[in-house]
Structure formats: C-alpha cells, structure tokens
Design a protein around this ligand. Structure first.
Ligand code: PGA
Length: 268
C-alpha cells in the first residue's frame, strides 16, 4: 500500500485529481471506477476545473460506479446516478452512454443484474483506476463488515451504522433505502489501481484497521492489503491513529522520485 498523508482535505482532493487526470491522459480508452459520498465531491470539483481550465477530456472514458440503491429512479435526487450527473457528468464532455451504475429494480433478479454488471466491466477491458471512500465501519462500496472477501456485484442490506451515517443526507419525509447493489470486494480487487480517499477524524479508526489491522471481513477495506497497486490518500485527521506516520511520509518522498522519473502508472 502506498500511504500518502496530506495536511488537509483540499490537498487530498487535488492529489486524487492528479492521479485521475494522469490516468485519463495515459490511456486511449480509460476505464474509471467511481464512488459517491461526501469525500469524492471535492475530487469531482477538481476534475471539472481541470476539464474547464486545462481541457482535460473525458470523451473516451468509460465509468463504472461502485454502487446504487435498489429500485430508485435516476431522476430521484437521492440516486447515485443523479449524484454523478450533478457532481461530474453534466459538467464534462463524457459520453453518458458509457457511464454505468449497478442498477436493479424490485422486479429484476439482483443476481442476474450483478452478473450483467460484472460482464459489462469485463467487456470494457476491466477497471484501470477505482476511486474509493471508506465507511466509518470500514466498508468499501456497500461491502459492509462480514462481506465475503471474494464477493462480486450483488445486493446488500445496509448496516444500521451506514444507515445512521447517511441519514444526514435525507430529509425527514424522504424514505431512506436499506438495500443497494454494490460491486463486491473481489470486483474492486480486480481493478488495476485503487485510490482510496479518507478525510476527517471520523475515519481514523477505520483507516488504522484497513492499514494495520488483520485482513478481515470485519474491515472490508483491509482487503486492499492484498492489492498490488493500492494508493491511500489521507488528511492528517484520518491518519491520526496510525503509529508509523514518519515512515509513510519518508516512503512517499522516495516514491515521488520514482513517479517523477517514470510516471505514476505501470503494468498498462
Ligand atoms: P463519505 O462515505 O465519503 O460520505 O464519508 C464514504 C463511504 O461510505 O464509502
């Protein structure tokens, strides 16, 4: 794992945007895995700015989102489709027909929908770079604690902690979905690179478990310990429970020398 600690959340977003834009520029047909939630909003702002200011083009990019609530319309402002349009897709030159989310209505078989999503990802050539946040309970996507480390795209019942954490986003009269389709942990591990962003004190304990805890279904993000190219971008608060911060800062300095000389990505 490459662990990079920044002074604040703004620097996390700027650095994440650098990774994404370098990926987009390095491939003819890049495939991005995207995340929703509060954390990546600042990343999407940076990407929109790069599009407007530096002509970063998304025209050849295909995207796959991690998750989507079951049985929710794209027009519903709580849907992740709406979130992605609002925060990124409507503001860049992406072809929306190449932007995918794991949708599933009540009348559809979630197992078939999950398989179909997996084959769409395969058909696109696999995900080059998967953006991730982390839940306070260590979830990635909606892979809640006890999710199989070998899981694939499927329907999940959200935990009470996730429902409580996300309730801030719902108005009193808005029903909060309790089921969601999510890429599995094995789906995420298949991405060539994963880039996890975590900011704020509320994530510090989950971040510590992810990096130094045992590989365990109780902390789904700990699965990134066995990923070949996992990059973790943290602000000081999210890193605050890590013991070895001085080592991570030193290792980052050394990694930057390699990246500057040879580029961020290899294996493509
Ligand atoms: P957040 O969610 O960015 O809203 O904190 C992260 C997650 O649950 O994956």
């Amino acid at each position: 794992m490459q662990i990079i600690i920044f002074d604040d959340a703004q620097q996390v977003a700027e650095n994440a945007a650098h990774w994404v834009s370098e990926l987009i520029k390095s491939k003819d047909a890049p495939v991005l895995g995207l995340a929703t939630g509060s954390t990546p909003i600042s990343l999407y702002k940076q990407l929109v700015a790069k599009h407007q200011r530096d002509q970063l083009s998304f025209a050849n990019t295909t995207t796959f989102n991690l998750d989507e609530y079951q049985n929710i319309d794209a027009e519903n402002s709580q849907s992740y489709r709406y979130f992605m349009n609002d925060n990124l897709f409507d503001h860049v030159d992406i072809d929306k027909s190449k932007t995918y989310l794991p949708t599933c209505t009540q009348s559809e078989n979630p197992r078939e929908q999950g398989l179909a999503y997996e084959s769409k990802i395969k058909h696109a050539g696999g995900i080059d770079l998967q953006i991730l946040g982390i839940g306070a309970n260590g979830h990635i996507g909606f892979n809640e604690p006890t999710s199989s480390l070998a899981s694939r795209t499927r329907i999940k019942t959200l935990t009470q902690q996730t429902l409580t954490d996300n309730s801030r986003l719902f108005k009193a009269d808005e029903p909060q979905p309790t089921l969601a389709m999510t890429m599995g942990i094995a789906t995420i591990l298949d991405a060539r690179y994963v880039l996890l962003m975590a900011t704020g004190k509320g994530k510090a304990s989950a971040v510590k478990d992810m990096i130094t805890g045992p590989l365990s279904a109780m902390c789904p993000a700990s699965a990134l310990q066995i990923h070949e190219n996992a990059i973790v971008l943290l602000d000081k608060e999210a890193a605050s429970e890590l013991d070895d911060q001085a080592y991570y800062l030193w290792a980052d300095k050394e990694n930057r020398k390699v990246n500057q000389a040879f580029g961020l990505f290899h294996n493509f």
